[in-house]
Design a protein around this ligand. Structure first.
Ligand code: IFG
Length: 488
């Protein structure tokens, strides 16, 4: 527990009220006031928020070493006010009480993340925070196809995303190298596509059984994170074609591929076997996924004739809605007339920009993932051992110093659903590799996605990031100690 410093008996806050990532919308500090957590501190709440109150009590106990529990009449009080807005919260800290009001349990949970970041040495700085997200979709993506990560590793990754109020984790489940989600009606997809040596350069094996996937989805939901499963199509399908040769244009078997080339595979747009396969897979994934989104990929279909690409999408794009899901696709899908509510994920700078802008003009929502800002598999600098550099080098400031509303002409604030930081795993082999590429750039993207544009400021962010480093040290997160930051 950090040492407490006291002046005239009042412990000094070693944290300012705004020292939070992402920076809150409204911060009104009262610097003469602090709240001290003691062994009798209790967290009280309303029945709908019991689970969130439990997480706050557990978090404060871990941080302070004190036996903070939930209970009636506590000095920390959680309550709900739907009028705030689902993900919004209001936090007031006085000497005698901490009052956290959330628009929903999810809003309270984001307020809990703020409290846990403000706590230092058992002390909370006084004042009021009123906070709410700028964008509703704030995502990270993990590529399980090029290198498989287990359910436990995915859960541990979620634990490191939650402090930054990330509310979606997109799992890239299928690609040329491997198929990583069991589809009971199509067992060869994982028997073969999830087998030994299916990772890039022979890493792997692995796949998520339906039970393991259900565990991940439940774990994420308990932390108000929605899982977004991606089944990439019609390209990036070699693993599926190895498993089921009827999915190739000529019905002949294809060889497994674990190199990192892209764009060579495609489902044929003509045969009904293609659509029977797609329907089986989408129905299964939709049934396994409680969240609203289902990602159908659509990227880099360099071997799919344009007419076939359009024909395929026109057949496939309406299918997820049959199972109650909203489609997300990489921005190439904007080449076709999109059904209502389809979400376009922008990724490759200067490619299909017009398509994305047209989709936005027609009322579709856009998730911003510009590869030259938020692709976390890009090297930090020329010396970074892991990662690629086709979209350029991305240091921490470059991941921070941009705005989604300025990125694409024709795609303005109203068209933006949010921001997502993809991490492709061609060069990753472990969770440590994931941590080194993800942290500290993910918090930068999280602040872009959550905080008001006017509240963002690189000098402030880099200070707050430096103060966060010891938390990663304590959690055993092997983050990259970027020379751009004066780490504590
Ligand atoms: N582009 C490919 C990914 C991955 C990436 C690596 C998209 C949408 C390059 N498609 O990004 O599969 O290979 O940076």
């Amino acid at each position: 527990m950090a040492k407490q410093f006291r002046v005239l008996g009042v412990p000094l806050p070693t944290k300012q009220l705004g020292d939070v990532i992402p920076v809150p919308a409204v911060v009104r500090p009262v610097t003469t006031t602090t709240f001290t957590i003691v062994s009798s501190t209790r967290v009280s709440t309303v029945p709908e928020a019991e689970a969130v109150a439990g997480r706050l009590a557990a978090g404060l106990s871990t941080a302070t070493g004190l036996p903070v529990t939930t209970g009636d009449g506590g000095s920390i009080r959680l309550s709900l006010d739907p009028g705030l807005g689902a993900e919004a919260y209001r936090l007031e800290i006085t000497a005698g009480a901490v009052t956290l009001t959330g628009g929903s349990p999810q809003g309270l949970f984001w307020g809990v993340q703020t409290i846990l970041q403000l706590e230092c040495g058992g002390v909370l700085p006084g004042g009021v925070i009123e906070d709410r997200p700028r964008f509703p979709y704030r995502g990270a993506m993990l590529d399980l196809a090029r290198h498989f990560f287990t359910a436990d590793e995915i859960k541990a990754h979620i634990d490191q995303l939650v402090p930054f109020k990330i509310n979606h984790l997109h799992l890239h489940l299928t690609d040329d190298q491997g198929w990583r989600l069991e589809i009971p009606g199509r067992p060869r997809l994982t028997e073969i596509g999830g087998g030994p040596g299916t990772g890039v350069d022979g890493a792997g094996p692995g796949f998520l059984t339906t039970a393991a996937y259900a565990e991940v989805v439940a774990y994420a939901a308990d932390r108000f994170v929605g899982i977004v499963p991606e089944i990439d199509m019609p390209g990036h399908v070699n693993a599926a074609q190895v498993a089921y040769p009827e999915l190739t244009a000529d019905g002949q078997p294809v060889a497994p591929r674990t190199d990192t080339a892209v764009g060579y595979s495609s489902l044929p747009a003509g045969p009904e076997t293609t659509y029977a396969f797609v329907e089986d897979v989408i129905r299964t994934v939709a049934d396994l996924t409680p969240g609203p989104y289902l990602h159908i990929g659509g990227d880099e279909c360099h071997s799919t004739p344009a007419a076939d690409y359009r024909a395929f999408l026109e057949r496939v794009l309406p299918i997820p809605a049959k199972y109650g899901k909203t489609v997300i696709g990489w921005h190439e899908i904007a080449a076709v007339d999109l059904p209502d509510h389809v979400v376009v994920q922008y990724w490759r700078p200067e490619a299909d920009d017009a398509g994305t802008a047209r989709a936005a003009a027609e009322g579709r929502r856009v998730i911003m993932s510009p590869a030259d800002r938020v692709y976390l598999d890009m090297k930090y600098d020329a010396d970074t051992p892991l990662g690629l550099d086709w979209a350029g080098l991305i240091g921490v400031e470059r991941a921070y110093d941009w705005d989604p509303a300025d990125r694409l002409p024709g795609v303005d604030e109203e068209s933006l659903l949010g921001v997502e930081a993809p991490l492709w795993s061609e060069t990753l082999r472990s969770v440590d590799d994931v941590h080194r590429m993800t942290f500290p750039r993910l918090p930068a993207v999280a602040e872009v996605a959550w905080s008001p544009r006017a509240a963002r400021d690189w000098p402030s962010f880099r200070e707050r990031l430096a103060a966060y480093g010891p938390r990663w040290d304590a959690a055993g997160v092997d983050y990259y100690r970027s020379p751009e930051i004066d780490w504590r």
